[in-house]
Design a protein around this ligand. Structure first.
Ligand SMILES: [Zn+2]
Length: 80
């Protein structure tokens, strides 16, 4: 029940490129690095992570796998 109410609101925030946790503009979020040529991971000041999809021109929440990928890239110094 709770999820059904919250989810659309989160989508509205993401469509407006705002963090779903603190509503800060994601355009100002810290860039962590590129997952690929078309996908950039950013981290909000509240530590929530998002992936900007250049092809979709949209942000989405980072998945666990994507977070693991960027952490491993940072550890190896592969992040540009
Ligand atoms: Zn935030």
């Amino acid at each position: 029940m709770f999820k059904k109410i919250v989810r659309p609101f989160q989508n509205v925030l993401l469509e407006r490129e705002l963090c779903v946790g603190c509503t800060a503009p994601l355009a100002k979020a810290k860039k962590l690095g590129n997952l690929s040529d078309n996908r950039v991971m950013v981290e909000c000041k509240c530590k929530r992570r998002y992936v900007y999809e250049k092809e979709l021109v949209a942000f989405k929440r980072a998945t666990f796998a994507e977070e693991q990928q960027i952490l491993s890239m940072i550890a190896k110094g592969e992040v540009s």
